[in-house]
Design a protein around this ligand. Structure first.
Ligand SMILES: Nc1nc2c(ncn2[C@@H]2O[C@H](COP(=O)(O)OP(=O)(O)O)[C@@H](O)[C@H]2O)c(=O)[nH]1
Ligand SMILES: [Mg+2]
Length: 340
């Protein structure tokens, strides 16, 4: 794996510990040359649920970091994607979709979004070109007006609509907010992402890089695997259930097993044990499916993806557990967030 995900390798360069002070000498010691300043900063992706923020993050980084689905509220926490080029380093932050919070879970989600908006160097607001402007969009714009961070508007999914419709949207939005740039893109097909990348780098301040060049994220493998399992569930269940599902990876253990192709040799096998939390017993039945058919498919698909990611065989052990009202349980939320 050429690039790295995970806390072990994605080391944020921490401030150097203070050295004991030597007695002051006159400036004779050789100075190390200052690190070059490059375009560096954070860019937060916001927008209503389902506008394609996670798809865009994955496309910009060139690897799947955030799960994607056509269900709203797929992304629950902010996910970092780091892109380093010879121009500098941009840290994209994928966020949960903006909406009015109801549960403790959603309040946490929205707090992430607000703080990310305030502290970033640039905001990219995504809108879905296939959707009509509505109350949800007004709410997002109101949120944006509360901060002074400069913003780009990305009109996404232009692969699916006619050009004149895109032009109408541009016309409408340019009167609503002083966007620095308005860029039609397709996160799915990759259209115009090179233009976006160039404009993003140009908008960032000059600073020292924050991460090592090979880092692409700060999330742990554990969190990524939990999210992969959740993505496969979201793809197979309907309506009400997705909001009420959480996945917690209890353990990841790398073992060696005899290699039946080569006598006397072993090959790696990683055991991943995960719990799927649902809120009601009938939800548990839905996730398990008739004679275990649904959980089996979820297991197969998630295992394949995890195997692809780590490059060897995986044994994925899934357990479905009922935790009533877990979305309002700070304990369960802490547990799930803890795996990041
Ligand atoms: N046609 C098309 N679909 C897209 C595009 N970007 C995202 N999607 C789809 O929109 C849905 C929501 O995407 P996702 O990235 O999860 O949205 P998020 O909730 O904003 O993170 C998924 O089904 C994506 O495949 C795009 O550029 N074109
Ligand atoms: Mg998302």
């Amino acid at each position: 794996m050429p690039r790295t995900v995970g806390k072990t390798t994605a080391t944020k360069k921490a401030a150097k510990p203070a050295k004991p002070r030597a007695p002051k000498k006159k400036a004779v010691a050789k100075k190390t040359p200052p690190k070059p300043l490059l375009r560096t900063g954070t860019v937060t992706l916001i927008g209503r649920p389902n506008t394609g923020k996670s798809t865009l993050l994955n496309a910009l980084i060139g690897q799947k970091l955030a799960i994607v689905s056509d269900r709203p509220q797929t992304t629950r926490v902010s996910i970092l994607g780091i892109k380093t080029t010879d121009k500098g380093q941009v840290i994209f932050i994928d966020n949960p979709g903006i909406h009015k919070p109801l549960h403790a879970l959603n309040k946490r989600m929205m707090n992430f979004v607000y703080s990310s908006l305030q502290t970033s160097d640039l905001v990219c607001l995504l809108v879905d070109a296939t959707q009509k402007f509505g109350h949800g969009d007004e709410f997002v714009l109101e949120t944006l007006k509360k901060v002074s961070t400069p913003a780009f508007l990305l009109i996404n999914k232009v692969d699916t609509v006619r050009k004149d419709k895109v032009l109408l949207l541009i016309d409408r939005y340019k009167d609503l907010f002083p966007f620095r740039e308005i860029i039609p893109v397709s996160a799915l097909k990759g259209d115009n992402l090179d233009v976006l990348e160039r404009l993003v780098f140009d908008a960032l301040p000059l600073a020292e890089k924050l991460f090592a060049d090979e880092d692409i994220s700060t999330q742990t493998e554990r969190f990524l695997f939990a999210e992969i399992v959740r993505e496969k569930i979201l793809a197979r269940v309907t309506e009400e259930l997705p909001f009420a599902t959480a996945v917690y990876v209890e353990a990841i253990e790398k073992k060696e097993q005899p290699d039946w192709k080569k006598e006397g040799e072993t090959r790696p096998l990683t055991h991943v044990r995960a719990s799927i939390f649902v809120e009601k017993d009938n939800h548990r039945k839905i996730v398990i499916g008739r004679r275990g058919s649904l959980i089996k498919m979820v297991g197969i698909e998630a295992r394949r993806e995890i195997e692809n990611y780590i490059g060897h065989k995986v044994y994925l052990d899934l357990h479905v557990k009922v935790r009533e009202r877990w979305r309002d349980s700070e304990d369960v939320l802490d547990l799930i967030e803890g795996q990041r």
